[in-house]
Design a protein around this ligand. Structure first.
Ligand code: HEC
Length: 198
């Protein structure tokens, strides 16, 4: 009797009526063509193709992602699923992901490019490009030794002087050479030029 009632309840959950509004509201702002997520969840086919994966990631609450501590919320843009919604998704997939009546599917939403929550009140930019020179110096020389940092600093200074002598945009070359050297050192001597092996 209870099993039969549950079966009827599950059978009435359809994509058009239940799942499409949920996914459009909670998932599609990232999962749309050109959005930040790796695939779209905008049509029945999209959602059906990922059905079992969707059950897993909603049950584990991996999706929708939310990094901030929910205790401090609620925040603008927070879109958690309730336990009931998660179980609705699972029941729908267990029932074979029925499509339902296509006329009930909400019309497709248009998503803005760029800022999804509107332009922030404050956007901070740096006046000029910034390289983590100190980081490069320490990694080149080797961590944990003052002498290594001195050598790394001298080397970096020499690269800059050398790059300035190249006609054209000197600092661009300096960054490129420093990055190349950094990669070379990390590949061949990950502990840095003078660093000890850990
Ligand atoms: C804030 C943006 C955002 C929202 C909202 C969002 N997702 Fe995602 N989703 C992502 C991103 C980014 C990835 C890729 C994550 C990765 O590969 O680590 C992803 C990956 C996934 C995956 C693949 C997971 C895997 O293991 O490869 C599934 C399935 C998924 N999302 C389903 C959903 C569902 C269902 C919802 C709504 C309930 C949702 N997502 C809401 C951004 C979002």
């Amino acid at each position: 009797m209870i099993v039969a009632a549950l079966a009827i309840a599950a059978a009435t959950i359809t994509y058009s009526k239940d799942i499409a509004p949920l996914v459009t509201d909670r998932c599609a702002m990232c999962h749309h063509a050109g959005g930040s997520a790796p695939f779209a969840l905008e049509t029945y086919d999209d959602v059906k193709r990922h059905a079992s994966q969707i059950v897993k990631v909603t049950a584990s609450r991996f999706m929708p992602p939310w990094k901030a501590d929910p205790i401090d919320g609620p925040f603008v843009g927070q879109h958690p699923l309730t336990d009931i919604e998660i179980s609705t998704i699972r029941q729908w997939v267990d029932a074979g992901a029925p499509a339902g009546d296509a006329r009930n599917v909400p019309p497709p939403r248009q998503w803005p490019d760029g800022w999804q929550l509107g332009k922030p009140d404050l956007v901070v930019t740096l006046p000029e490009p910034y390289t983590l020179q100190a980081f490069v110096v320490v990694i080149l020389g080797g961590l944990g030794r003052v002498s290594a940092t001195v050598v790394g600093g001298l080397l970096f200074g020499m690269i800059e002087v050398f790059a300035q002598s190249i006609p054209g945009s000197g600092s661009v070359y300096a960054n490129a050479i420093a990055l190349g050297l950094l990669v070379l050192v990390l590949v061949t001597r990950p502990q840095g030029l003078l660093g000890r092996r850990p």
